[in-house]
Ligand binder design. Structure first.
Ligand code: GCV
Length: 760
């Protein structure tokens, strides 16, 4: 362990871990590093009121001065900080002369087959990418014979060379990049079945060149894993974003659509570059006003900036809209007047936005209205909307996040985790074929560790999509580094063993296992107006990773982070290795110092979802219980003695989770209540594991600072210092977490830490 790390630990340990005087259980109002307000938060905040306070502030002062100085020194990077943040992975940095020479053989002309707005955009993207990355101008080759880059649909390409056949059968949005003889010359061809696929092919080609990959001899065809690859934004019409940590809405302000939609267009371009084909622009806690006629005219403006990028716009709607904005006395989904209202509303929308994607619905959940008001089912509610959208080709996403947040927590059989399955499994087969059940990855709510939702295996005759959370509501709110791709991959690769057969979650949600017509991936993104979109430049790896996994969930986390780093920071091997290492470790590190063994996050659940607050997830109806008492910890969800939740899984999975010995340590406390002295597979007791993992996690978080320092001078100064300050802040927060949880569980269990690290 280096000197620097030792200094950090001694300093933080003395101030926070040993003293713990700063009210760790979520009562402190700590809103550090609010993105957009100050990029430089004070990691020494935990020292406040302690005797080391002054020293800490002096060190902090020196750090700030150093930062300012560093930013004044020219660092040899053409662009820095905010400009780079805003371009994200599409910065198209100029390759050095040597690397650019490797692409000299590429044609200097393009031929565009077709004139649609998406195709024209694809051509412009290609030209601008060429100019920026390899310093080459691309000319229109329409009237030129000779080598060219051809962009077009297979259908149009066949009118020139009818024998062109991709190595796989191309599906909607899939693309093919190849060399072919066209007009007697060797040409580079980017082909697809539709215009959007051509655009995706162009982005794929540019990404390869930007990362220095070989194009010579390329013959690559790719299809997306699933037709649904959407993001959801939880933007409110007043411009705030629910669980958004990257500034205000890029779509709305003061109850209206923004007059300047530049950022919305830039966002659509980012989305298209990773294969995302739909975006829901407003909060699922939907304001009914979004369906007012005057508002729809404004929404059309957003659709207009999405369209060139092949991104379909959709909106979240409140089920009570027919009553609240429609003037009906009811919103009963089975009342014909209600069906008629939805139909007319859909017709009106499609008149303004012919490529409208559809609606997202959150009903009977967290206080939203729902079909239960009229004794109707979720299928009744979804279908009345689905039928209105059907003639136009639209879809309705109906969220399975339905639960009672007034459950009696004293009843040991009650369990929020059971809600989605209990509500939707009985309705399987009753939903129309343009309705999709949108299911959160786990049965609770985007915690740092949850098992996969059993509902994925519980719907065989109904379309489904998995909902993943890109915005880090429970995983550090972008103030902590937490790269979620490895977690998502575990979820997507999990084998549900339906009827004893391989049935991975990715194949269930994409519709492959049960041959559903539609399905896929929805990611809650919540980007905002901050230059870095998500509130932290490193967090953008999650947005990139979501898109890449939605396109191809078989990609490895390593590949995804490698691509992202090269496109975002360049290909300096030290940078590539350091960033990959940090990103790939970060989820486990965060899990270690926040919520190990599947106890759910021990965060302040009734407040900010950020600070430690283990007591807040007990003793209330919200149902995120760990059942910790003086003897033991964990929620008994077994069929034999617990809530019976485990019974919702297919038999082979049930068997694994029901058995104490077969249940993986990482989820032990999610499924079982055990004494603190219970011995894990690792050989440690539960209590010692909790202590050790917190200390290890906090120590690893300190090491992020040292590690990041390796890239000094290798990335631009502004981003270097911005990210450094974030790691310094995270290091302090990790110790705060370690201290709070260890002290809490130590007092509760009365069992000392073998290594005597916890002060009485
Ligand atoms: C949009 C959690 C979040 C809420 C969110 C809800 C949902 O409860 O804390 O902010 O509401 O999930 O997904 O609907």
């Amino acid at each position: 362990m280096g000197d620097q790390l030792c200094r950090w630990r001694i300093l933080f340990r003395r101030s926070v871990c040993a003293r713990a005087s700063c009210s760790p259980y979520g009562t402190r109002s700590n809103s550090p590093l609010h993105p957009g307000l100050t990029p430089w938060a004070n990691p020494f905040r935990p020292f406040r009121g302690l005797h080391l306070d002054r020293i800490a502030r002096n060190i902090w002062g020196l750090l700030v001065a150093a930062n300012l100085l560093a930013n004044l020194v020219p660092c040899g990077f053409a662009q820095t900080g905010a400009a780079l943040d805003r371009q994200a992975w599409l910065r198209y940095a100029l390759l050095d002369a040597n690397a650019a020479r490797a692409y000299e053989y590429l044609p200097a002309n393009y031929v565009l087959l077709g004139r649609s707005i998406v195709l024209q955009n694809a051509q412009q993207e290609l030209a601008s990418g060429f100019e920026k990355i390899i310093g080459r101008k691309l000319n229109s080759g329409d009237n030129v014979k000779g080598s060219a880059i051809f962009l077009g649909t297979l259908h149009d390409l066949h009118s020139i060379v009818s024998s062109l056949r991709p190595p796989i059968s191309l599906e909607e949005d899939g693309y093919w990049i190849t060399w072919a003889r066209m007009h007697d010359s060797e040409c580079l061809v980017v082909a697809a079945t539709n215009d959007r696929g051509v655009l995706y092919g162009v982005f794929a080609l540019l990404s390869k060149i930007a990362r220095g990959e070989r194009i010579a001899g390329i013959n690559e065809a790719q299809n997306p894993y699933a037709p649904i690859r959407w993001v959801n934004q939880w933007d409110n019409l007043d411009g705030r974003i629910e669980r958004g940590y990257g500034g205000s809405s890029i779509f709305f302000e003061d109850g209206k659509v923004r007059s300047d939609l530049t950022r919305a267009g830039e966002y659509a371009r980012l989305l298209a570059s990773i294969g995302i084909n739909g975006c829901t622009i407003n909060n699922v806690n939907a304001a009914p006003g979004v369906l007012e006629p005057g508002f729809l005219v404004q929404v059309k403006r957003i659709a207009d900036v999405f369209r060139p990028w092949g991104v379909k716009l959709s909106i979240a709607v409140d089920l009570s809209s027919p009553k609240v904005v429609g003037g009906l006395e009811t919103f009963d989904p089975l009342d014909p007047r209600v069906g008629d209202w939805w139909r007319k509303k859909a017709d009106a929308i499609y008149e303004q936005v012919p490529d409208f994607g559809g609606f997202v619905v959150k009903a009977d959940s967290e206080g939203r209205s729902g079909p239960s008001a009229y004794g109707r089912t979720h299928a009744d509610a979804a279908n009345v909307i689905a039928q209105a959208l059907k003639p136009h080709g639209g879809v309705v996403f109906y969220r399975a996040f339905v639960y009672n947040h007034h459950l009696d927590w004293r009843d040991l059989k009650n369990d929020r985790a059971k809600a989605a399955y209990d509500n939707f499994h009985p309705l399987d087969g009753k939903f129309d074929d343009n309705a999709i059940i949108q299911i959160k990855n786990g049965p609770i709510d985007f915690q740092v560790r949850e098992p996969v939702s059993p509902l994925f295996a519980g719907l065989r005759n109904t379309n489904e999509a998995i909902e993943l959370q890109i915005t880090q509501e429970y995983t550090g709110q972008q103030k902590h580094l937490c790269f979620l791709v490895p977690m998502w991959k575990e979820v997507l690769d999990f084998d549900m063993r339906v009827e004893g057969q391989p049935s991975r979650v990715k194949d269930l949600v994409s519709g492959r296992i049960f041959h559903r017509p539609i399905g896929g991936f929805a990611g809650v993104a919540n980007v905002g107006m901050d230059a870095n979109w998500l509130g932290s430049p490193m967090a953008m790896a999650n947005l990139y990773g979501f898109g890449r996994l939605a396109w191809n969930p078989d990609l490895s986390s390593e590949t995804i982070v490698d691509e992202w780093t090269r496109l975002t920071f360049g290909s300096d091997p030290v940078v590539v290795k350091t960033v990959a290492d940090l990103q790939l470790r970060s989820w486990h590190v965060y899990e270690n110092y926040t919520g190990p063994l599947g106890a759910g996050t021990l965060t302040n659940i009734t407040g900010n979802h950020y600070d430690p607050g283990p007591e807040s997830s007990e003793g209330n109806g919200w149902g995120q219980w760990h059942r910790a008492d003086h003897q033991g910890i964990g929620m008994d969800r077994t069929v034999a003695t617990g809530t019976g939740y485990i019974g919702q899984y297919p038999p082979e999975v049930q068997k694994m989770y029901e058995s104490l010995t077969a249940c993986p340590d990482s989820l032990l406390l999610f499924f079982h209540h055990v004494p603190y002295t219970y011995v894990l597979h690792s050989g440690k007791t539960v209590i010692q594991h909790v202590y050790d993992s917190h200390y290890e996690g906090a120590e690893e978080a300190q090491s992020f600072v040292t590690e990041w320092k390796r890239v000094e001078g290798r990335v631009d100064g502004e981003r270097y210092h911005d990210i450094l300050s974030r790691f310094e802040f995270q290091a302090g927060e990790a110790i705060k977490w370690c201290d709070a949880i260890c002290k809490w569980i130590n007092q509760l269990s009365g069992i000392p830490d073998e290594k005597a690290r916890i002060a009485p």
